[in-house]
Design a binder for this molecule. Structure first.
Ligand code: MN
Length: 481
C-alpha cells in the first residue's frame, strides 16, 4: 500500500480531517527505517505500512494511524522522543512511547494465571486504549510473517499471542481480530492438528455447500416476500474455535455442528425479531438452541440472536441475526465505537481532553447497553488504577495494591523470601525497603540467611499477606501480641 492509497482509505471515513501529519509520518518513518530489513527480507517499512493499514480498517483517528506508521522508530532507529515531539506533537509521540513501553515488557512465563495478570497490566499501563489497538495491529502483522523466524521464536510469539493478545482482543470485543490471531497462532503451536482440521473443513465445505445454498435459497424467498430489508452472509467458524470446541466437548470434528452457518444483517432491532420469526416459521428450530444476546449482551458487548434450525436436508444450521451496528461491534469491538471528532478541542488542555473523551466515550457506551453489570465489573478490575504490576527478574508478574513496597513484593513471591529480605534492587538500582513500586518495575529481592522480619515493617507494608506473615512471626517471637 502506498501513501496515496492510505490517505484515500482514511478520507473515506474522515473526509474533513487534515492528513498532512499522516503524510509526514509516512515519509518520516520510511526514511528512519531506510536500510533496515525484516526477517522476511522485506524492507522494514512494509511492516509499518501494514500496521497503519489495519488501523485504517478499524477506522481509527489520524493520530493513531500516524503513530502506527511511527510505532517502531523509537525502538529500532536513532530517532528520539524529542525529535518526534517536535515533528509530530504530544499526542502522537505519547502513543508511540506507549507502544515502545509495552514492547519492552516480555511475556516469559507459560502460566495461564500470569497471562491474566499480563492482560490486566496491559490495560492498566496503557493509559490510552489506542496504544493497545496499535499493539494489536503490530502483533497481527508479526504473526502473519512469523514463518520467517526460527522455531523457538515462533513458539514463544505464538504462545504469547494465544494466551495474551487474542484474549485481550476478545475482551475488547474485537472478535474478527481475535479469531485471526488465534488461527495464526494455532498453525504454529499445533501444526499437525491445524493441517488435519483444515483438510477436513475443506472436504466438509465442498459437501455441505450445496445443502447450504439450497437452505439460503429457501430462506431468501421468504425474506424477500416479507419485504423486510436484510443482508445475508455465510459464515464459517474459525479453525481454532472448532479445535477448542472439539477439546472442550471431547467430540470429533464430524460432531461439531455449527462449523457452517448464515448471518442475517437487518436494519432495525424490530426487524431482527421479525426475521427470527420468519426463520422459525420456515425451519424447525432445535429445542434449546435459541439465545438472545440482544436483550442480554455478552460481557464483551457482543449482540446477536442465535438459533440453530433443521434444514430440508436434515443438516443443522446456525442462524445469527443482528443489526449493522451490532455487526460492526462484533467485528471491531471497541474500535467500532471510536467516534471521529472533527477537531474541536478544549483549548486549555487538548490532549488530556482527548484522552478523557476516549475513556468517557467508552464508559458511556458501556452504560448505554442497559447495564451489562458483569462487564462493568470486569472493566473496573481491568482498569484498576490502584493496582501495580511488578516483575520478578524471571519475568513473572505480581499484582500488588498501589503503594506496595519491596517487602510486599518479597512476600508475594515467597514467605521465606519475605522473612529473610534485607534489600531490593528495583530496575537494577538499590532501593530502600519502603520504596514505592510502580507498574512495570523489575524487582530483585536480596535476602540473607538467618535475617528476620522487623517490627517497623508493619508500618511500611500495604498487603494483607505481608502484614499477617510479619505479625505471625513477631507474635511467635513474643515481640507483639
Ligand atoms: Mn512493530
Amino acid at each position: 500500500m502506498d501513501l496515496k492509497e492510505l490517505c484515500k482509505k482514511f478520507k473515506a471515513y474522515a473526509p474533513h480531517v487534515d492528513t498532512s501529519l499522516l503524510e509526514k509520518a509516512f515519509l518520516f518513518s520510511a526514511k528512519a527505517h531506510t536500510n533496515q530489513n525484516r526477517a522476511s527480507g522485506e524492507h522494514y517499512f512494509v511492516h509499518c505500512e501494514a500496521v497503519a493499514d489495519t488501523l485504517v480498517e478499524f477506522k481509527l483517528d489520524m493520530p493513531t494511524i500516524a503513530a502506527g506508521l511511527l510505532h517502531d522508530v523509537l525502538e529500532d532507529t536513532p530517532v528520539n522522543a524529542e525529535t518526534l515531539r517536535r515533528e509530530f506533537g504530544e499526542e502522537i509521540t505519547c502513543l508511540v512511547e506507549g507502544v515502545t513501553k509495552l514492547d519492552a515488557l516480555q511475556f516469559s512465563s507459560q502460566d495461564q494465571a500470569q497471562a491474566e495478570n499480563w492482560r490486566k497490566m496491559l490495560l492498566a499501563t496503557a493509559q490510552d486504549i489506542r496504544v493497545i489497538l496499535i499493539k494489536l495491529a503490530d502483533r497481527l502483522h508479526n504473526m502473519k510473517t512469523l514463518n520467517f523466524l526460527d522455531r523457538d521464536h515462533q513458539l514463544r510469539i505464538a504462545h504469547e499471542t494465544i494466551s495474551l493478545y487474542a484474549p485481550l482482543a476478545h475482551r475488547l470485543g474485537m472478535f474478527e481480530l481475535k479469531s485471526e490471531l488465534e488461527d495464526l497462532a494455532f498453525q504454529f503451536l499445533h501444526p499437525k492438528e491445524y493441517q488435519e482440521l483444515s483438510t477436513k473443513i475443506l472436504a466438509q465445505m465442498a459437501g455441505r455447500q450445496a445443502a447450504l445454498n439450497s437452505f439460503k435459497k429457501t430462506l431468501e424467498e421468504h425474506l424477500k416476500s416479507s419485504g423486510i430489508p436484510y443482508r445475508l452472509l455465510s459464515r464459517t467458524k474459525s479453525l481454532y474455535s472448532i479445535y477448542e470446541k472439539m477439546n472442550r466437548q471431547n467430540k470429533p470434528f464430524e460432531e461439531i455442528q455449527d462449523a457452517l452457518g448464515v448471518r442475517i444483517i437487518a436494519d432495525t432491532l424490530a426487524d431482527c425479531y421479525a426475521i427470527l420469526g420468519i426463520v422459525h416459521a420456515v425451519f424447525k428450530p432445535v429445542a434449546g438452541s435459541f439465545t438472545d444476546y440482544i436483550s442480554i449482551p455478552k460481557m464483551n458487548l457482543y449482540q446477536s440472536l442465535h438459533t440453530t434450525v433443521v434444514a430440508a436436508t436434515g443438516d443443522l444450521t446456525e442462524v445469527q441475526i443482528r443489526t449493522e451496528d451490532m455487526h460492526r461491534t462484533a467485528e471491531y469491538g471497541i474500535a467500532a465505537h471510536w467516534k471521529y471528532k472533527s477537531g474541536e478541542k478544549d483549548k486549555e488542555n487538548p490532549h488530556l481532553e482527548e484522552k478523557l473523551n476516549w475513556l468517557r466515550q467508552w464508559i458511556e457506551w458501556l452504560q448505554d447497553l442497559k447495564s451489562p453489570r458483569e462487564f462493568l465489573e470486569s472493566l473496573k478490575t481491568d482498569l484498576e488504577l490502584n493496582q501495580v504490576f511488578v516483575f520478578t527478574p524471571r519475568g513473572d508478574v505480581k499484582a500488588l495494591p498501589a503503594g506496595a513496597t519491596p517487602i510486599d513484593f518479597a512476600f508475594a513471591v515467597h514467605t521465606d523470601i519475605g522473612y529473610t529480605c534485607v534489600g531490593a534492587k528495583v530496575n537494577n538500582k538499590m532501593m530502600k525497603l519502603d520504596h514505592v513500586l510502580k507498574s512495570g518495575d523489575v524487582c530483585d529481592i536480596l535476602t540473607r540467611k538467618g535475617s528476620v522480619p522487623k517490627k517497623d515493617w508493619l508500618l511500611i507494608v500495604k498487603t494483607a499477606r505481608a502484614r499477617s506473615k510479619i505479625r505471625h512471626y513477631l507474635r511467635e517471637k513474643g515481640v507483639v501480641t
